[in-house]
Design a protein around this ligand. Structure first.
Ligand SMILES: Cc1cc2nc3c(=O)[nH]c(=O)nc-3n(C[C@H](O)[C@H](O)[C@H](O)COP(=O)(O)OP(=O)(O)OC[C@H]3O[C@@H](n4cnc5c(N)ncnc54)[C@H](O)[C@@H]3O)c2cc1C
Length: 404
C-alpha cells in the first residue's frame, strides 16, 4: 500500500532561503510544509537591525517567487554606485551602474522587511502549509518516506526534507553532515543610522585595519544600514556605548564622509565565521542557505548565495518532477550539489582572501593593495567583470535568477 505523505517537500526554517524555496516550488504545483521555530510575529527578530545588500539576481528570484510585490516601495533602497577605500593609503575603487548601462547595482532592504514580504506571499499560497512556531527535533528515513518529528510530538511525512534552518542547522546535525567552521574572531555591529548628509545612492565601505565598515544606502536618503566588523572586545564596547557616544565613534571611524551621525537605532552584534557543509545532500535530504554555508558579510553575499541555492534546487526539483522522477532520489539532489557547492566555495574563498588582504598590517601588503585598488579601477574589463559578478549577473545562473 502506498502512503500519501503530508507534503512533497518539508522545509525546515522559514528564513529567506527556506521561504523562497517554498514559494518557488509551490508556484509550480509542489505541496510544501514550512516549519519555523520562531513565532515570528512576537519575537525579538522583529528588531533585527540588519539591512542587506540584495543583488539583481536575487531580485529576479524574489520576483519569480511573487514575494517582491509584497515589499513596500518606501522600504526598497537601491545603490547606483559603490565606493571602496582603504584606511591606510590613497587607493580606492569606484563602481557605477551607468558604466554597464544598468539602472542600479543592487538594493538595500532590511532583513525583517524581506522576511515579512516572504511571509505575506506564503500566506497567500494554498500549497504551502506553514507551521509556526514549530521546531524540528527528530528525523527518520523510512523507505521512500521522510518522517520529521516536531518538538510537540507531531510527525509529518514527505518524499524530501530541506534544511534551511540557518548556521546551526539541527537537520544537518541529525543527518550527521559535518560542517567545519572557521571563526574570524570578529563580530559585526549592525544598526540603522541617520546621517547629516544624503547618501546619494552610493554604497560605501572603508577598510579599517580592525575590519571593514560599511554604510549601505537605504530608501530614506539620510538613512544607512551599518555593518561594522571589528574585534570582539571593540564590538562589545560599541554595543555598550550610549547613543551619542556611538554616533560620534561611528562618524569618526567613517572620517565624517556623510557628516555627523544624527541618531541611530538599536544595535546588535553578530559573530563572524565562514563554513561550508561537507555535503549539501543525502538521499531525501538537502541543505540550502546558511545551513549549507556562511561567509563574511564584507561583500554582502550570504543571503544572495542562499537565494541562489533555493532557485537552483527549485529548478532541479521541478525538472525532475516534470520527468516523473523521484524528487528525493540522490542523483537528482546531487545535480543541485554539483551546481552550487563549487560556486559557493569560490565565493567564500574570495571573501576570505579580501578580508586577509585588507587587514594585513604589513607595509608591503598595504602598498600593493593600494596599487591594486587603483589599477583595478583603471582596468575596465576587470572592473566590469567584478561588477557583473557582484550584481549576480554572471556565472551559471538558474532560470529563476535570470531576467524574466
Ligand atoms: C551583520 C551581517 C550582515 C549581513 N549582510 C548581508 C548582506 O548585505 N547581503 C547578504 O546577501 N547577506 C548578508 N548577510 C548574511 C545573511 O543575513 C544570511 O546569509 C541570511 O539571512 C541567511 O538566511 P537563511 O534563511 O539561510 O538562514 P536564517 O536567516 O538563519 O533562517 C533560518 C530559520 O530557521 C529557523 N530554524 C532554526 N532551527 C529550526 C528548527 N529546528 N526547526 C524549525 N525552524 C528552525 C530559524 O528560526 C530561522 O528563521 C549578513 C549577515 C550578517 C551577520
Amino acid at each position: 500500500m502506498t502512503i500519501k505523505p503530508d507534503a512533497d517537500v518539508i522545509i525546515v526554517g522559514g528564513g529567506l532561503a527556506g521561504a523562497t524555496l517554498a514559494l518557488l516550488l509551490a508556484g509550480q504545483g509542489l505541496r510544501c510544509v514550512l516549519l519555523e521555530e520562531r513565532n515570528v510575529e512576537t519575537t525579538s527578530r522583529r528588531t533585527d537591525p540588519r539591512a542587506l545588500a540584495i543583488t539583481r539576481a536575487s531580485e529576479n528570484i524574489l520576483r519569480s517567487a511573487r514575494a517582491w510585490e509584497y515589499l513596500p516601495q518606501d522600504r526598497i533602497g537601491y545603490f547606483r554606485q559603490m565606493h571602496v577605500w582603504d584606511e591606510n593609503g590613497t587607493g580606492d575603487i569606484k563602481f557605477d551602474s551607468a558604466e554597464l548601462c544598468e539602472s542600479t547595482l543592487g538594493y538595500i532592504i532590511e532583513q525583517t522587511v524581506l522576511e515579512q514580504a516572504l511571509r505575506a506571499a506564503s500566506n497567500k499560497q494554498d500549497l504551502i502549509k506553514y507551521y509556526r512556531p514549530a521546531t524540528l527535533s527528530g528525523l527518520k528515513l523510512d523507505g521512500p518516506l521522510v518522517r520529521a518529528q516536531l518538538e510537540d510530538g507531531t510527525e509529518l511525512t514527505s518524499h524530501l526534507i530541506i534544511g534551511a534552518d540557518g548556521a546551526r542547522s539541527r537537520l544537518r546535525t541529525l543527518a550527521g553532515i559535518a560542517c567545519p567552521v572557521h571563526d574570524y574572531h570578529q563580530q559585526a555591529v549592525a544598526c540603522v543610522a541617520n546621517t547629516e548628509k544624503a547618501h546619494d545612492a552610493v554604497a560605501r565601505q572603508r577598510f579599517l585595519t580592525t575590519g571593514p565598515l560599511a554604510f549601505l544606502p537605504m530608501a530614506d536618503p539620510h538613512q544607512c544600514g551599518i555593518v561594522w566588523s571589528t574585534s570582539p572586545d571593540h564590538a562589545k564596547s560599541l554595543i555598550k556605548m550610549n547613543e551619542d557616544s556611538f554616533c560620534r565613534a561611528l562618524a569618526d571611524a567613517f572620517i565624517h564622509t556623510l557628516g555627523d551621525i544624527v541618531s541611530c537605532g538599536p544595535r546588535a552584534c553578530f559573530p563572524l565565521q565562514h563554513s561550508q557543509a561537507e555535503h549539501y545532500c543525502q538521499p531525501r535530504l538537502a541543505l540550502i542557505g546558511d545551513a549549507a554555508h556562511t561567509a563574511h558579510p564584507l561583500a554582502g553575499q550570504g543571503a544572495n548565495m542562499g537565494l541562489l541555492d533555493a532557485a537552483t534546487l527549485a529548478e532541479v526539483l521541478i525538472e525532475a518532477r516534470t520527468m516523473n522522477k523521484d524528487i528525493g532520489a540522490y542523483p537528482v539532489l546531487r545535480r543541485y550539489e554539483r551546481w552550487r557547492r563549487g560556486e559557493n566555495f569560490i565565493m567564500i574563498k574570495v571573501l576570505q582572501g579580501l578580508k586577509c588582504l585588507f587587514e594585513s598590517r604589513l607595509a608591503s601588503v598595504r602598498h600593493l593593495r593600494n596599487i591594486g585598488l587603483d589599477v583595478t579601477d583603471m582596468l575596465t574589463p576587470v572592473k566590469y567583470s567584478i561588477m557583473r559578478h557582484a550584481m549576480g549577473l554572471s556565472g551559471d545562473l538558474p532560470s529563476f535568477a535570470r531576467h524574466q
